[in-house]
Design a protein around this ligand. Structure first.
Ligand SMILES: [Zn+2]
Length: 233
């Protein structure tokens, strides 16, 4: 086991109701470093939309360092196992909703939260400065430099998802699907209520739509600084 040094250099977040980006600091991200796209994962390469229903890629606003794509698969996901009363089926609902994305990007559920690239907790999202009320679900990423040698590093990210204990049933499913879409790199919202990434909650939460997958595929074709070896400056 080699020693991996990581340094937190940035933080940002998305909520299910509105985009909030706060505390974004990127002093260590060198924007002169070239951006490049990763090979398209086979699951997305093989995806074909039988309905030809388009996408909402124009709503995606990636961070300055590029799109939030994963470049090694499966994506490792940790889901908390709450023991409090009333939370008996919570983990099963969350697990099913996460795995709804598995046909499009390979996902592995792991028990070791430290190794996870996405962590999911049954907790109220942290209150943000200047806001009186926490949202019911939220996804945030953190950015790290993983030191790979004396003069090189890889820019990597990790997501944390909070799902409020006040939600139940189909709203757990809807919030998990939506926030996990952010964690897979859909950093924006759909204007259409039949998409999982619609910006608001709806009465009958939809399944992942062809438009969601078309958008995901376009995102994974985009350049980024994430996941590539960089030289220290
Ligand atoms: Zn959202």
């Amino acid at each position: 086991m080699g020693l991996v040094r990581v340094r937190l250099i940035g933080l940002s977040l998305f909520t299910i109701f509105l985009i909030v980006v706060y505390g974004w600091r990127s002093p260590a991200v060198d924007l002169s470093i070239p951006f490049d796209s990763h090979p398209l994962p086979p699951s997305l390469e093989q995806w074909q939309d039988p309905t030809d229903s388009g996408d909402y890629f124009d709503q995606i606003a990636p961070p300055t360092f590029g799109h939030l794509v994963w470049s090694s698969f499966p994506v490792r996901v940790y889901i908390e196992s709450p023991e409090d009363p009333g939370a008996e089926n919570w983990r099963d609902l969350v697990l099913d909703a996460v795995m709804d994305w598995n046909p499009y990007l390979p996902i592995e559920i792991i028990e070791d939260s430290d190794r996870a690239q996405v962590q999911i907790f049954r907790r109220r999202p942290p209150l943000q400065p200047g806001r009186l009320r926490a949202s019911s679900a939220e996804a945030r990423y953190q950015l790290f430099k993983r030191i790979t040698g004396n003069d090189s590093y890889i820019l990597v990210h990790r997501f944390t998802i909070w799902l409020s204990p006040t939600q139940s049933g189909k709203y757990i499913t809807a919030a998990t699907r939506h926030e996990f879409g952010h964690a897979l790199g859909i950093w924006g919202h759909s204007p259409t209520a039949t998409d999982v990434m619609y910006y608001s909650q709806v009465r009958e939460p939809p399944p992942i739509s062809p438009r969601d997958v078309n958008t995901l595929r376009r995102i994974y074709e985009q350049p980024t600084q994430l996941g590539w070896a960089q030289m220290k400056v």
